[in-house]
Ligand binder design. Structure first.
Ligand code: ADP
Ligand code: MG
Length: 155
Protein backbone atom coordinates (compact mmCIF):
# COMPACT_ATOMS: atom_id res chain seq x y z
CA UNK A 1 0.00 0.00 0.00
CA UNK A 2 1.07 3.55 -0.73
CA UNK A 3 -0.27 6.37 1.41
CA UNK A 4 0.53 10.08 1.52
CA UNK A 5 -1.18 13.25 2.67
CA UNK A 6 -1.10 16.19 0.27
CA UNK A 7 -1.70 19.86 1.07
CA UNK A 8 -2.16 21.36 -2.40
CA UNK A 9 -3.71 20.20 -5.69
CA UNK A 10 -0.24 20.34 -7.19
CA UNK A 11 1.08 17.80 -4.67
CA UNK A 12 -1.75 15.48 -5.59
CA UNK A 13 -0.89 15.88 -9.28
CA UNK A 14 2.75 15.20 -8.54
CA UNK A 15 2.00 11.86 -6.89
CA UNK A 16 -0.15 10.90 -9.87
CA UNK A 17 2.59 12.01 -12.26
CA UNK A 18 5.06 9.70 -10.50
CA UNK A 19 2.59 6.85 -10.67
CA UNK A 20 1.94 7.42 -14.37
CA UNK A 21 5.59 6.81 -15.21
CA UNK A 22 5.21 3.28 -13.90
CA UNK A 23 2.08 2.44 -15.88
CA UNK A 24 1.77 0.21 -18.94
CA UNK A 25 -0.83 -0.01 -21.73
CA UNK A 26 -3.90 -1.83 -20.50
CA UNK A 27 -3.59 -0.76 -16.86
CA UNK A 28 -6.85 0.11 -15.12
CA UNK A 29 -7.15 2.52 -12.19
CA UNK A 30 -10.21 3.21 -10.12
CA UNK A 31 -10.56 6.54 -8.31
CA UNK A 32 -12.72 6.63 -5.21
CA UNK A 33 -13.64 9.61 -3.09
CA UNK A 34 -16.43 12.11 -2.57
CA UNK A 35 -17.26 14.87 -5.02
CA UNK A 36 -14.49 17.44 -4.77
CA UNK A 37 -12.03 15.00 -3.22
CA UNK A 38 -9.59 15.38 -6.09
CA UNK A 39 -10.19 12.52 -8.51
CA UNK A 40 -10.06 14.73 -11.59
CA UNK A 41 -7.09 16.62 -10.16
CA UNK A 42 -5.30 13.29 -9.72
CA UNK A 43 -6.13 12.41 -13.34
CA UNK A 44 -4.52 15.68 -14.46
CA UNK A 45 -1.30 14.49 -12.84
CA UNK A 46 -1.58 11.12 -14.55
CA UNK A 47 -1.99 12.92 -17.86
CA UNK A 48 1.16 14.94 -17.24
CA UNK A 49 3.08 11.76 -16.41
CA UNK A 50 1.84 10.18 -19.63
CA UNK A 51 2.95 13.23 -21.62
CA UNK A 52 -0.58 14.20 -22.59
CA UNK A 53 -0.49 17.75 -23.91
CA UNK A 54 -4.18 18.50 -23.95
CA UNK A 55 -5.59 19.72 -20.63
CA UNK A 56 -7.78 17.31 -18.72
CA UNK A 57 -11.11 18.45 -17.35
CA UNK A 58 -14.04 16.65 -15.81
CA UNK A 59 -15.67 14.36 -18.39
CA UNK A 60 -19.04 14.57 -16.65
CA UNK A 61 -20.99 15.36 -19.79
CA UNK A 62 -19.17 13.00 -22.10
CA UNK A 63 -18.69 9.96 -19.85
CA UNK A 64 -15.44 9.01 -21.54
CA UNK A 65 -12.66 11.18 -22.87
CA UNK A 66 -9.59 9.98 -24.73
CA UNK A 67 -6.25 11.73 -24.70
CA UNK A 68 -3.13 11.04 -26.73
CA UNK A 69 0.08 10.57 -24.80
CA UNK A 70 3.04 8.22 -24.29
CA UNK A 71 0.20 5.77 -23.75
CA UNK A 72 -3.39 6.81 -24.58
CA UNK A 73 -5.34 7.94 -21.53
CA UNK A 74 -9.00 7.02 -21.20
CA UNK A 75 -10.73 9.07 -18.53
CA UNK A 76 -14.21 8.04 -17.43
CA UNK A 77 -16.58 9.59 -14.95
CA UNK A 78 -19.59 7.38 -14.29
CA UNK A 79 -21.18 9.62 -11.67
CA UNK A 80 -24.17 10.55 -13.81
CA UNK A 81 -24.89 6.97 -14.74
CA UNK A 82 -25.27 5.81 -11.19
CA UNK A 83 -26.57 2.32 -10.67
CA UNK A 84 -27.63 1.96 -14.30
CA UNK A 85 -24.02 1.73 -15.43
CA UNK A 86 -23.68 -1.94 -14.68
CA UNK A 87 -26.65 -3.15 -16.63
CA UNK A 88 -26.15 -1.03 -19.72
CA UNK A 89 -23.81 -2.03 -22.45
CA UNK A 90 -21.76 1.12 -22.70
CA UNK A 91 -18.87 -0.20 -24.70
CA UNK A 92 -16.74 0.25 -21.61
CA UNK A 93 -15.04 -3.10 -22.20
CA UNK A 94 -13.26 -1.73 -25.23
CA UNK A 95 -11.57 0.76 -22.97
CA UNK A 96 -11.00 -1.59 -20.04
CA UNK A 97 -9.26 -4.10 -22.26
CA UNK A 98 -7.77 -1.60 -24.69
CA UNK A 99 -4.25 -0.31 -25.21
CA UNK A 100 -4.49 2.73 -23.03
CA UNK A 101 -4.40 3.53 -19.35
CA UNK A 102 -8.00 3.52 -18.20
CA UNK A 103 -8.90 5.78 -15.27
CA UNK A 104 -12.39 5.53 -13.83
CA UNK A 105 -14.10 7.91 -11.44
CA UNK A 106 -17.06 6.25 -9.68
CA UNK A 107 -15.97 2.76 -10.78
CA UNK A 108 -18.20 1.46 -7.97
CA UNK A 109 -20.96 1.46 -10.56
CA UNK A 110 -19.26 -1.03 -12.86
CA UNK A 111 -17.66 -3.27 -10.29
CA UNK A 112 -18.65 -6.48 -12.07
CA UNK A 113 -17.05 -5.26 -15.32
CA UNK A 114 -13.65 -4.53 -13.81
CA UNK A 115 -10.70 -6.77 -14.69
CA UNK A 116 -9.12 -9.03 -12.11
CA UNK A 117 -6.16 -6.71 -11.58
CA UNK A 118 -6.46 -2.98 -11.17
CA UNK A 119 -5.03 -0.19 -9.08
CA UNK A 120 -7.33 1.32 -6.54
CA UNK A 121 -6.79 4.97 -5.65
CA UNK A 122 -8.77 6.41 -2.76
CA UNK A 123 -8.74 10.11 -1.95
CA UNK A 124 -10.09 11.24 1.39
CA UNK A 125 -10.78 14.88 2.16
CA UNK A 126 -9.20 15.62 5.53
CA UNK A 127 -9.49 19.42 5.47
CA UNK A 128 -9.96 22.34 3.11
CA UNK A 129 -6.85 21.44 1.13
CA UNK A 130 -5.61 18.35 2.89
CA UNK A 131 -6.14 15.02 1.13
CA UNK A 132 -5.14 11.51 2.15
CA UNK A 133 -4.23 9.47 -0.91
CA UNK A 134 -4.14 5.70 -0.68
CA UNK A 135 -3.08 3.46 -3.55
CA UNK A 136 -3.41 -0.29 -3.41
CA UNK A 137 -3.71 -3.04 -5.94
CA UNK A 138 -4.20 -6.72 -6.32
CA UNK A 139 -1.75 -9.03 -8.06
CA UNK A 140 1.99 -9.38 -8.36
CA UNK A 141 2.47 -6.64 -10.93
CA UNK A 142 0.90 -3.98 -8.79
CA UNK A 143 2.67 -5.05 -5.61
CA UNK A 144 5.97 -4.33 -7.35
CA UNK A 145 4.68 -1.09 -8.80
CA UNK A 146 3.53 0.18 -5.42
CA UNK A 147 6.88 -0.70 -3.88
CA UNK A 148 8.61 1.27 -6.61
CA UNK A 149 6.27 4.22 -6.09
CA UNK A 150 7.08 4.20 -2.39
CA UNK A 151 10.77 4.38 -3.22
CA UNK A 152 10.53 7.11 -5.85
CA UNK A 153 7.80 9.41 -4.56
CA UNK A 154 9.11 11.77 -1.91
CA UNK A 155 6.07 13.83 -1.07
P1 ADP B 1 -13.43 15.18 -7.94
O1 ADP B 1 -13.03 14.83 -9.34
O2 ADP B 1 -13.03 14.14 -6.92
O3 ADP B 1 -14.87 15.55 -7.81
P2 ADP B 1 -11.85 17.56 -8.40
O4 ADP B 1 -10.46 17.09 -8.70
O5 ADP B 1 -12.69 17.97 -9.55
O6 ADP B 1 -12.59 16.46 -7.50
O7 ADP B 1 -11.80 18.78 -7.39
C1 ADP B 1 -10.97 18.81 -6.28
C2 ADP B 1 -10.98 20.22 -5.72
O8 ADP B 1 -10.26 20.27 -4.49
C3 ADP B 1 -10.31 21.20 -6.68
O9 ADP B 1 -11.00 22.42 -6.64
C4 ADP B 1 -8.92 21.33 -6.07
O10 ADP B 1 -8.32 22.56 -6.38
C5 ADP B 1 -9.23 21.24 -4.60
N1 ADP B 1 -8.10 20.80 -3.76
C6 ADP B 1 -7.65 21.44 -2.67
N2 ADP B 1 -6.62 20.80 -2.09
C7 ADP B 1 -6.40 19.68 -2.85
C8 ADP B 1 -5.46 18.63 -2.76
N3 ADP B 1 -4.55 18.53 -1.76
N4 ADP B 1 -5.52 17.66 -3.69
C9 ADP B 1 -6.45 17.71 -4.69
N5 ADP B 1 -7.36 18.69 -4.82
C10 ADP B 1 -7.34 19.68 -3.92
MG1 MG C 1 -14.18 14.49 -11.04
Amino acid sequence: MFQRTTHTPEETRRIAERLARLLDPGDVLTLSGDLGAGKTTFTQGLARGLAVEESVSSPTFTLIREYEGRIPLYHMDLYRLGEQADSENLGIDEYLYGDGVCVIEWAEYIKSLLPEEYLQVTIRKMGESERQITISGAGKRFAGLIEELNQTCHI
